[in-house]
Design a protein around this ligand. Structure first.
Ligand code: CUA
Length: 321
């Protein structure tokens, strides 16, 4: 009968055990403190009860040892919670270098996933076991939140911004996906399943169900379809910055200062090109706001990331260290 009644979700990622450890530590500290305080309340109530109708208690003036104890002990306990919590938080929020990138687009009311090889899924997500997976996420409408209870990770998915979350699954199986941010009438139906498979099974699964295009390959097509290529060409330095080798590099701006060309910067430069113009260029690029969907944006950015600098060439606007 109690089989289906799970209070604690299964732990199926590398970070899950660490999150649980700190959770149980906080729980045990809270329970001990509650029991201790309740016991003292009961004991002191009885011990110092009024024995005569006109009895008045003796005033207490200063008890340094007691005061130090009740300040220092909670302080140390809280510091442990903070230090430990921060450590786990940083581990959970920083994907490892070798993490494989997946894309997520949240939408009222569904989750759209895209695998590194380009394969797409809605609400179902197949992932390989033992591989760190990083999700680059955005929303087409309102704020959602992608939550994998079994992996103990959750991150808000915001319109107009990229957020990330990562995990490495440790146990094959099927686990819940929830939207953890109220996002409208069918928020409660914005759920899915994550299916963790042995890497070989995952490869077989990927191979089945029709060939697909990688995100970068699709991005390359879109790059031509949206006519980006007519200005961003290796032979047209005067009109638009060269994109080869740009990703992850600092870019000097016309208004002074520099930014790192990350996903956020590329996205902004496509939707609102005038916001941060590269030094040495005119703000001639048209905006693609309202013309390019979030999924197309992700593909184009994936394509730009793959562009390697031409041999011997330098990136436009590159800041020499
Ligand atoms: Cu999306 Cu709740």
């Amino acid at each position: 009968m109690f089989r289906s009644l799970r209070i604690h979700p299964e732990a199926a990622s590398t970070i899950a055990g660490r999150v649980d450890a700190i959770y149980f530590f906080a729980l045990i500290v809270s329970v001990l403190a509650t029991i201790g305080i309740a016991a003292m309340v009961i004991y002191l109530t009885v011990r110092y009860r009024r024995r005569a109708a006109d009895e008045v208690g003796k005033p207490v003036h200063g008890a340094p040892l007691l005061e130090i104890a009740w300040s220092a002990i909670p302080f140390v306990v809280m510091l442990v919670c903070f230090g430990w919590g921060a450590k786990v938080f940083f581990a959970a929020s920083r994907p490892p270098e070798q993490a494989v990138e997946y894309f997520v687009v949240g939408k009222q009311w569904m989750w759209k996933f895209q695998h590194p090889d380009g394969k797409r899924e809605i609400n179902d997500l197949h992932v390989p076991l033992g591989v760190p997976i990083k999700f680059t996420m955005t929303s087409e409408d309102v704020i959602h939140s992608l939550f994998f209870p079994a992996f103990r990770v959750k991150s808000d998915v915001l319109p107009g911004r990229y957020t990330t979350v990562w995990f490495e699954a440790t146990k094959p199986g099927t686990y819940h996906i929830f939207c953890a941010e109220y996002c409208g009438a069918e928020h409660s139906k914005m759920i899915g399943r994550v299916i963790v498979m042995e890497p070989s099974d995952y490869q077989t699964w990927l191979a089945g169900g029709g060939a697909s295009q990688t995100a970068a390959a699709r991005g390359e097509e879109l790059f031509t379809a949206y006519a980006c290529i007519s200005c961003h060409r290796t032979d047209s330095r005067a009109r638009a910055p060269i994109l080869a080798g740009l990703f992850g590099k600092p870019v000097k701006l016309a208004q002074g200062g520099a930014v790192v060309a990350d996903e956020k910067y590329l996205r902004e430069s496509i939707l609102n090109p005038a916001a941060k113009v590269v030094a040495g260029y005119q703000p001639v690029m048209p905006t693609f706001q309202g013309q390019m969907g979030e999924e197309d944006l992700l593909q184009i950015i994936a394509y730009i990331k793959t562009l390697k600098p031409a041999a011997g060439g330098t990136t436009t606007g590159d800041v020499k260290p």
